[in-house]
Design a protein around this ligand. Structure first.
Ligand code: GDP
Ligand code: MG
Length: 439
């Protein structure tokens, strides 16, 4: 399917103009791509509506490359929807900072607890205490203790005969005694949301007053993840989400839905079973992943890096109305340097691509610096009214720029011809005539 999206984009991207039906067609593909990536249908609907509005709006239509702009809008909105990058972790003014890990069974809570502890030490130089508060899952305590050993970090446990709330309570006391600045509580999960579990989690929350409640969600669970996130958030009030198992082949649509439904940030993503496989969440990367448009990134970057579009437009306007001066010419040369050959710039101008021979137009890079020097040696008046440049002025300009009078002459002639050419082009466009133009 992402192939179909690519095809549509391919079709639109070269277009000088994008019609509403083009946008519609593209939005249909975007919608399918999102649904296939397991994004919640309501989220998809809202998203497509927003992007459509922006795409048929001024901003895109007046641009010189509307096809690329539509793609840009899709990505931007998708990125916005997932929020900015927010991988910071709360720090309590009165240590220890308490982080409660919650989520369904098998989501990756225990593993992520270990990963997070590792990150806290490595990146922030912290000294966490891990707390084994899952007394239900067989071997859950052992699993955390094993992780603690691997990390060489303390694990607090009281076996499986003491209530999780009591475990949390004593763990906090122990952390204060031992000066652990973070306490990570690994709680129990269930296969499905259930009231008993929620009550237990609420009790732990009340007692430990956590600075963060991280909901751990398996990215592979797709649509279900939304309901899970919604329930946990409603009943507990989560502060952030960790999306695990993104090293699998899921497109990660859950990220989008969870963020949209809970309005809580996705903080980290799990990229493997190892203890260092926890990464900050990058909304842009996730947007690309969801749309299945890895190689479209370069395309978008190109569109963004393109010459300042407003400026190009302004220039075009000037050329048409003949207000084009040597200052503009100089400006243009600067742009040419930034973006490549002049013919590229001309091609961007509507209608210019229809002129035969335009593709052959080239500019010698070496000459450009001479041209720049000549223009810089002109007075303000001369730049605006080159007609006043007489023999005496030409001599002065040549001397000032370290060039020759012949070169100054050549530039003046080129400039005149360029203006003439633009005039013809404009006239041609207006009359719809394409023949009889000699380049
Ligand atoms: P819990 O029941 O929520 O505590 O889940 P666990 O931490 O025990 O993880 C369940 C399984 O998922 C384990 O086999 C983990 O190794 C695995 N797992 C957790 N996070 C990731 C991840 O980011 N990538 C992969 N591939 N596996 C993960
Ligand atoms: Mg566990």
């Amino acid at each position: 399917l992402s192939d179909r999206l690519q095809n549509t984009i391919q079709k639109i991207r070269g277009k000088g103009k994008v019609s509403e039906s083009d946008v519609k067609e593209m939005m249909r593909e975007v919608r399918l791509a999102l649904l296939e990536a397991d994004v919640n249908f309501k989220v998809v609907k809202d998203f497509v509506k927003k992007v459509s509005e922006r795409s048929v709006g001024q901003e895109v239509m007046k641009s010189l490359t509307p096809g690329q702009q539509v793609i840009k809008v899709v990505k931007e909105e998708l990125t916005n929807l997932m929020g900015g990058e927010q991988s910071q972790i709360a720090v309590s003014k009165r240590p220890p900072t308490v982080i409660m890990m919650v989520g369904l069974q098998g989501a990756g809570k225990t593993t992520t607890t270990g990963k997070l502890a590792n990150l806290l030490r490595k990146k922030y130089n912290r000294n966490p205490l891990l707390v084994a508060a899952d007394i239900y899952r067989p071997a859950a305590i052992k699993q955390l203790e094993t992780l603690g050993k691997q990390l060489n970090m303390p694990v607090f446990s009281l076996g499986d005969q003491v209530s999780p709330v009591e475990i949390a309570k004593q763990a906090l006391e122990k952390a204060k005694e031992d000066h652990n600045d973070y306490v990570l509580i690994d709680t129990a999960g269930r296969l499905h949301i259930d009231g008993e579990l929620m009550n237990e989690l609420k009790e732990i929350k009340e007692l430990s007053n956590p600075d963060e409640i991280f909901l751990v969600v398996d990215a592979m669970t797709g649509q279900d993840a939304v309901n899970v996130a919604d329930s946990f958030n409603e009943q507990l009030g989560i502060t952030g989400v960790v999306l695990t198992k993104l090293d699998g082949d899921t497109r990660g649509g859950a990220a989008l839905s969870i963020r949209a439904v809970t309005e809580k940030p996705i903080k980290f993503v799990g990229m493997g079973e190892k203890l260092d496989a926890l990464e900050a969440f990058h909304p842009e990367r996730m947007a690309s992943r969801i749309l299945g448009m890895g190689d479209m990134l370069s395309l978008i970057e190109k569109a963004q890096a393109n010459v300042d579009e407003e400026k190009a437009k302004e220039l075009e306007q000037k050329l048409r109305t003949m207000n084009f001066t040597f200052d503009d010419f100089l400006d243009q040369l600067g742009q040419v340097r930034k973006m490549g050959p002049l013919d590229e710039l001309l091609k961007m101008m509507p209608g210019a691509n229809k002129i035969k021979g335009m593709g052959n137009l080239q500019i010698d890079e070496k000459q450009i610096s001479h041209v720049e020097a000549i223009i810089q040696s002109m007075t303000k008046k001369e730049k605006v009214n080159p007609e006043i440049i007489n023999a005496g002025r030409k001599k002065r300009i040549a001397k000032g720029s370290g060039t020759s009078v012949q070169e100054v002459n050549r530039l003046l002639k080129q400039f005149e011809e360029m203006k003439k050419m633009m005039k013809q082009m404009t006239g041609m466009q207006q009359k719809g005539k394409r023949k009889g133009f000699k380049f």
